[in-house]
Design a protein around this ligand. Structure first.
Ligand code: F6P
Length: 373
């Protein structure tokens, strides 16, 4: 048994359904089962650097189980190991070529944790946030990672919380868009998040009865997509639903970048491919086509029952890991069993991607779904 008395929780990166449920499970387990003190760090690593600490009590985590977002707030710009230098007026300092200048302020964060008497740091985040988690662990901080992403692309864990909620939002959106597609005889292209992984689009597209699914793992030929839709129209169908991952790319082409966030450690923001695909299909199929970008609706709102349970399991297991002194690990789901994996193994590994020859894709193809390959 470890002798920790005071723990801290931070949420980093994009928000994700289930974060509040994890914060609640960690806090309740820590207080009720082990009598620990719990501290919340606000705005991710920004708060760790600026000592933005608040006490977390049983009262603070009341009525948050179902709520999306994070009561601790989050930031996806604050990598303390590569932190923008700021002048006395808080403006970012640039070199003579206009490039942002960086320095390493991680020792300040380690000192802040020491001064606040924090024995273990629970970090809820995706690959960027957990990379810093690994680096703090290497500096001797007792870190427990809890993997978070709607993209479900993190290595070493089968499913992350938030994924089910995002699929549910996508599925409901397909059901809504379908009625317009049918009423107007349109081709409707629905763009789904997921960065370079097609999990959300594949699951959402299957659940939403899409005719076409385009994912980054299977580069598409737009002519094949158009042929599929024209063949369906020739058989009497007069509308089509295309599930399109934001990271989908044509054969011999690149993903569509919406913007580059220069101040972010993960600067590429994907977006816009559905408009490209819709325009091309309108021309090739001689049929009206429209694009809908689901965007952040997939991350917000109410967390599904499945994700509430999974998040609670992750939060509880994280405290158990800490009490066993197993620091430097993330909580992981292997099959239906909660286990753990080393941060050293998780970081630097390739992201977990859809297998183009895997069972899900084969099943979808057998059901007549076209992947444009
Ligand atoms: O990683 C989660 C995710 O929602 C991706 O699916 C998406 O590409 C990205 O974050 C969007 O990030 P932001 O909220 O910074 O625009």
């Amino acid at each position: 048994m470890s002798d920790i008395k005071r723990i801290a929780i931070l949420t980093g990166g994009g928000d994700c359904p289930g974060l509040n449920a994890v914060i609640r499970a960690v806090t309740k387990t820590a207080i009720c089962k082990y009598g620990l003190e719990v501290v919340g760090i606000r705005k991710g690593y920004h708060g760790l650097y600026h000592k933005d600490f608040v006490p977390l009590t049983l009262d603070s985590v009341q009525e948050i189980l179902s709520e999306g977002g994070t009561i601790l707030k989050s930031s996806n710009k604050d990598n303390l190991f590569i932190y923008p230098i700021r002048d006395e007026n808080d403006n970012i300092v640039r070199d003579e070529n206009g490039k942002i200048m960086y320095h390493d302020v991680s020792d300040v964060a380690v000192q802040n944790l020491k001064e606040a008497g924090i024995d273990a740091l629970f970090i809820l985040g995706g690959d960027g946030t957990l990379t810093s988690g690994r680096d703090f662990s290497r500096k001797g901080v007792n870190v427990i990672g809890i993997p978070k992403t709607i993209d479900n692309d993190l290595a070493e864990t089968d499913y992350t919380f938030g994924f089910d909620t995002a699929i549910t939002v996508a599925t409901e959106s397909f059901d809504r868009i379908r009625t317009t597609a049918k009423s107007h005889g349109r081709i409707m292209v629905v763009e789904i998040m997921g960065r370079g992984a097609g999990w959300l689009t594949l699951h959402g597209g299957i659940a939403g009865a899409a005719d076409v699914i385009l994912i980054p793992e299977i580069p598409y030929d737009i002519n094949k997509v158009a042929d599929k839709i024209k063949a369906d129209f020739a058989k009497g169908k007069d509308f089509a639903i295309v599930a399109c991952a934001e990271g989908a790319k044509p054969k011999d082409g690149e993903a569509v970048v919406l913007k580059v966030r220069e101040d972010s450690p993960d600067p590429i923001r994907l977006g816009g491919v559905s408009h490209v695909v819709a325009d091309q299909l309108e021309e090739l199929c001689h049929n009206e086509a429209r694009a809908t970008v689901l965007g952040h609706t997939q991350r917000g709102g109410v967390t599904t029952g499945h994700d509430r349970v999974l998040s609670s399991r992750y939060g509880y297991a994280a405290v158990e890991l800490a009490m066993q002194g197993k620091f430097g690990n993330i909580v992981a789901l292997h099959g239906d069993k909660i286990g753990y994996a080393s941060l050293e193994d998780v970081i630097g590994q390739k992201t977990k991607n859809v297998d183009p020859n895997g069972e899900l894709v084969q099943m979808a193809k057998a059901l007549g779904i076209c992947f444009g390959d």
